[in-house]
Design a protein around this ligand. Structure first.
Ligand SMILES: Cc1cc2nc3c(=O)[nH]c(=O)nc-3n(C[C@H](O)[C@H](O)[C@H](O)COP(=O)(O)OP(=O)(O)OC[C@H]3O[C@@H](n4cnc5c(N)ncnc54)[C@H](O)[C@@H]3O)c2cc1C
Length: 373
């Protein structure tokens, strides 16, 4: 089988990896360099964790996601992941941590509730102001995202039946007949075309652009005093909602940066526009950092990074067959990276085996317990 893949983020590359492992031919087109610094997948890290609010389907898929990352580490000859454990905090009427714990209990995974009074003892780097309940699970960690996509692109470049086309924008796709045309006017055809174009998907598939809304997100990298960095270098990852803005915190594992972001979707912005962020973008986040993180007044903002992803109404992934020879692959809403290897490998299996596309879409949407057979 021959597949054309549009987009060289984690989704396109993982699908190419899955297909190449089974000896299929792949042509992958990427509008920028490969990997592209503007891609959603290109940041120092992305989190993987079991707590998933009410989304039992995605919580269940985490073990499969870990198993597929392990397979990728074998193929790459390196593990680009560091475990941290997951600390989930809530307060001020928010209940994401409690709901996550309740959901995980239904699938046999338990979170431990930690007395808030003990938090500062166990995690001296936290102030815990505004925290009303705290839950812990040993699993969870940091995927070194940009190192993963870089290593994956290099790995694919060595595969004889994979042809990578960086700096080649796809201008149009014909999903009925499995054809694409590049900006330069070159036409290519295959048995299947997979559109994994991240936040740019609406330019190629305008109808889907109404379901997959680009969302501009800003994250903060901090410069920490050495002693604070050393304290955070073993974790934990924090997911918290205690006020106006829900925050996630990525500790500086294995020499990477220390990053904080929020869960609030902007549902606005244009991924092709110039990317710049200001203090206004991050004021609520900074306020929360100030009350949560010990010694925060001594920290310096190192840099702000603007990133785009697509958001769906229900935050479920869209991995769906389109016409006779096409698929759109948009596992995002800000939580897709952790499933990147799994989504790619399973889509490759479905493409090659012809298994049921509706079942596959439901599985990717977190609605089926297991991958379709
Ligand atoms: C701030 C932020 C924090 C996040 N945190 C997490 C997290 O902690 N955990 C988690 O699991 N997920 C997280 N995510 C989400 C995750 O990063 C994305 O779900 C994932 O990277 C999406 O990968 P993708 O391959 O679909 O898109 P992308 O990585 O954006 O790749 C799409 C590629 O397609 C290319 N392209 C587009 N159009 C064309 C065209 N016409 N021709 C050729 N090439 C084209 C683009 O240049 C791009 O390289 C986060 C995202 C952001 C932005």
């Amino acid at each position: 089988m021959k597949a054309i893949i549009v987009g060289g983020g984690i989704m396109g590359l993982s699908t190419a990896w899955g297909l190449a492992r089974d000896g299929h031919e792949v042509e992958l087109f990427e509008q920028g360099p490969l990997p592209n610094p503007l891609a959603s997948s290109m940041d120092e890290h992305r989190l993987i964790r079991h707590p998933y609010g009410d989304h039992v389907g995605y919580a269940r898929l985490i073990d499969d996601a870990y198993a597929t990352w392990d397979l990728l580490w074998q193929d790459l000859g390196q593990r680009l992941y560091a475990p941290t454990g997951t600390l989930a905090l809530t307060g001020n009427g928010a209940d994401w941590a409690e709901r996550s714990a309740a959901t995980l209990a239904t699938i046999g995974k338990s979170m431990t509730e930690l007395p808030v009074a003990d938090l500062r003892h166990r995690f001296p780097q936290i102030e815990a102001k505004g925290v009303e309940r705290a839950f812990w699970i040993d699993s969870g960690g940091v995927l070194f995202a940009q190192d993963i996509v870089t290593a994956l692109a290099q790995h694919l470049a060595r595969q004889p039946r994979v042809h990578l086309h960086p700096h080649t924008t796809v201008r149009a796709v014909d999903l009925e007949y499995g054809r694409i045309v590049t900006e330069a006017g070159a036409a290519h055809a295959a048995d299947v075309v997979v559109v994994a174009a991240g936040a740019w998907v609406g330019r190629l598939l305008p109808d889907l652009g109404r379901r997959l809304i680009p969302s501009r997100q800003v994250v903060i990298y901090f410069d920490l005093p050495d002693e604070d960095r050393a304290a955070w270098a073993r974790g934990p990852m924090i997911i918290e909602k205690t006020g106006d803005v829900g925050l996630y915190l990525v500790p500086p594992m294995e020499g990477r940066g220390f990053k904080v972001g929020d869960h609030e979707f902007s549902r606005s912005g244009d991924p092709t526009a110039k990317r710049a962020a200001s203090e206004d973008d991050i004021r609520p986040l900074l306020n929360r950092c100030r009350s949560l993180l010990r010694g925060f007044d001594r920290w310096r903002t190192d840099r702000l990074k603007v990133c785009f992803y697509t958001v769906t109404e229900d935050e479920r992934f869209v991995v769906e067959k389109q016409a006779a020879c096409g698929w759109v692959m948009s596992p995002c809403s800000g939580h897709g990276f952790k499933f990147g290897a799994l989504m790619g490998l399973e889509l490759a299996r479905t493409l090659a085996s012809g298994r049921d596309s509706t079942a596959h879409a439901r599985w990717a949407a977190g609605l089926e317990a297991i991958a379709p057979t």
